[in-house]
Design a protein around this ligand. Sequence first.
Ligand code: AGP
Length: 609
Amino acid sequence: MCGLVGAIARRDVIPFLVDGLRSLEYRGYDSAGVATLNDKGLYKQRAVGKVEALAQQLAATGMSGTMGIGHTRWATHGRPEENNAHPHVSTEMVAVVHNGIIENYEEMRRELQTLGYEFESQTDTEVIAHRIHHHLQSQHSLLAAVTETLKELEGAFAIAAISNEEPGRIVAARRGSPLVVGIGKEENFVASDVTALLSETRDFIFLEEGDVVDMTSEAVTVYNEYGRVAERPIQTSNVKKNAVEKGDYPHFMLKEIYEQSIALRQTLAPAIKDERLDEGYLGTDAEDILDRIERIHICACGTSYHAGVVGSYLLEKLGKIPCRVEHASEYRYRSPVVTDNTLFLVLSQSGETADTLAALRYAKQAGYAATLSICNVDSSSLVRESDLCFLTHAGPEIGVASTKAFTTQLMAMNIITLFMARRRGLDEAEEQRYLQVLKQASAAIEAALNLDGQIRDIAMSLADCSHSLFLGRGNMYPIAMEGALKLKEISYIHAEAYPGGELKHGPLALIDEDMPIVAVAPKDALQPKMKANLQEVQARGGKLLIFADQGSDFESANQSTVLKLPTVDDFIAPILYTVPLQLLAYHVAVIRGTNVDQPRNLAKSVTVE
Ligand code: AGP
């Protein structure tokens, strides 16, 4: 949530800061700003709306500087107005950008007001700028003033600060929100994630919790949470710049939908060793830990939660292990009972989602046998803090609506299910058969992508509706949930998902000719039940869009359109059936003219509670 970037060099860094903010815009995009120190002193420029608005203002003013900090905002405290945009400045001396939330900002604000500070915003961030300024009166350096201020702040955040008393220096700190330092030649950078820095460097220091970094163009010094100089390794990233560019695609989301076939292959390959699925991929102790596990408890948010629900169906049915799944945001507030030998499993694309991270930290204190994360970012907090980890290899996902991260999470859940199943009676031959099925997932996805044109045509019929229902049964119910989330997220059409059997218990009352129903109905054991459910809909005038497979006898008719996907094993059907739902949401959003990659009110990485 929110993106920050900073640079210190021997050249004008304003163009870099603006480009960096463009790369970070997926983290928040209601206002943006930069601040620099040049021979005229501390200078800031802020604009409401996208980074583009800021870029235009900067071009008009000709602002330049060899160091600076920038920010793109997702509003938490105070409306998206210029006075609430970052950087926030104290007495024309200190400027600060900030991600996250300062929980005790109200009392700090009152105290600062009694000290004579005047506030120009409703944000929690402004207290940081004033506190740093206040401490600069008694401390000898920006580093010391920031360090003193950090002791007073409660919450989860990342900050970067500059002061006109030390124009060659940026001090940044991480507590709860990610922060990475980019190492250049006689220039250094800091940002919320590497995507903002890839144009300048491949060498990064991933800051750890509680770290403070003191940065000039010549040197980078990291201090740990105890104020000691900390050795942090410089890691060379192999993320290619074009992995975070749209290329020929009109939107990141479409690019990422099309990348799924490769992403699935990349996710499966490293988990195979000597033609067998390899538990060692989860970590060195994986085999021992999994031997002890008798139950699994899954927590995640949003799309990752849906992958968790699919996983819970698989784990119980094939893995024969009791499993429960819940929203991470609910979990730690309900005093959960922890049973013996239970594995706590979290899923997250970013590995920085505040609710998921908090659930993991709660679970680590609560007596679980071990923790396992399924995550797409190897440098993330979630990966670092879990005992075991399954890294998905979806590559950077920029579109706010998660697509390839989801299907690779499903692949990970499939593999973990086989790890559990092999302990509960699945023989080697059967496991090999499932492995071959997993290898077919990429090709199946490519076949589903061939339906893109037809789905685009069908999208016209949904584009003008205000509401929709998504139906599925068994492990297609969470896929229906994911389809509904995709549609509401990017097209702003109200979409709800129900298990087909639940219709007659209430939602059937909503059915009329204005309520389109999207059904996910592959030929599986539950298809006859689903058919009966869909007949109940048709009998009440509802219009149906059915995704079925070649083997099923659904046919298009007056009230229903049927799209047929390749027939695949039930094991990978959730992966396959996700794709047409993603495409449907995408095309509906494009027709409605919404901002597909950056839908209103949302941000990619939800690092606040
Ligand atoms: C997905 O389309 C959403 N943008 C959102 O629900 C997301 O999946 C959720 O915020 C969790 O994110 P994570 O996977 O990075 O933890």
